[in-house]
Structure formats: C-alpha cells, structure tokens
Design a protein around this ligand. Structure first.
Ligand SMILES: [Zn+2]
Length: 154
C-alpha cells in the first residue's frame, strides 16, 4: 500500500509539473506579440512560478550564469497533515527571480520553491518565499555557478 501512495504522490508531482508547463506555454503564447529577445534554448527546463511581484522583473528567467545568488526554499512540513518533510527528496521546483539594481550592478537572486511529497499522506507541499528574502541583498557566495545548473530538473 505504501508503494501505491508513493506512486500517487509521484504522479501528483508530475501532474503539477505538467500543469505548470502548460500554463507557462499558454502564457507565452499570449505574450508572443511582444518582443522576443530571449535566447532560444538557454533556459530549457527552467520553470517560472507564480505571478509577477512588484519588486523586480519576472518577464523572463535570467540564464544561470546571470544569477548572483540561489536561495533554496524547502517546505518544512506537509501542508495537509503536518508531517515533517525534512528528509524527503525534492520533487520539483518553481523558479522565481527577483532582479534588483544597486548602483554598481544588477543583482539577480533566484528562489527555488521546492516541492516535496509527504511520506505519510502523499500530499505535495511547496516551499514558500520568505518575505525577508525578497528584498534583502546579500553577498554572492560560493553557491554561485555550481548550484545553478546541477539539479534544476530533479
Ligand atoms: Zn501529509
């Protein structure tokens, strides 16, 4: 029975990923009358989540090499039953980017809102944007580069 639950949660995650993709493609189809300066394949497999915030541009995802900082946001507990998700594998992530422009340079911070499936009830829960993270600038760290391309597609 546990296997079945795991299977279901995997399917749920896949479905959500597919729905996200569909929504993204639909949105893209509607916007295509605008400019299209996006490099064609640079963001393959990189998904955008949610709607634009006012803090920065969310039109297009900056390519990995332009991201100054990556912030991984894992859900702590299942939003359905409260089970801890601490040791569960990451299923999928929305990528959201906040672009700020200090006087010296543009600074891109990428938030990865990870999705995890609950081992107990199968419900999937996503990591949340922390309010403090949206605006706080911090020094780019050693995660730069290596963390950007490695596990985006899980
Ligand atoms: Zn649960």
């Amino acid at each position: 029975m546990d296997e079945l639950l795991q299977k279901i949660s995997k399917l749920e995650a896949l479905l959500e990923a597919a729905m996200t993709r569909i929504a993204e493609l639909e949105a893209k189809g509607k916007q295509d009358s605008g400019n299209s300066s996006k490099p064609p394949s640079s963001d393959l497999g990189r998904k955008r989540g949610g709607q634009p915030g006012h803090a920065g541009q969310t039109r297009e995802l900056a390519p990995p090499e332009e991201v100054d900082e990556v912030v991984d946001q894992d859900p702590q507990t299942c939003e359905n039953c409260g089970e801890s998700l601490e040791n569960e594998p990451r299923v999928d992530a929305f990528l959201r980017q906040v672009t700020e422009t200090p006087w010296y340079k543009a600074f891109v911070k990428e938030f990865r809102l990870w999705l995890k499936a609950c081992p107990k009830c199968g419900k999937t829960t996503r990591g949340q944007m922390l309010r403090a993270c949206r605006t706080a600038l911090s020094v780019p760290n050693s995660m730069r580069g290596s963390a950007c391309s490695a596990d985006a597609t899980g």
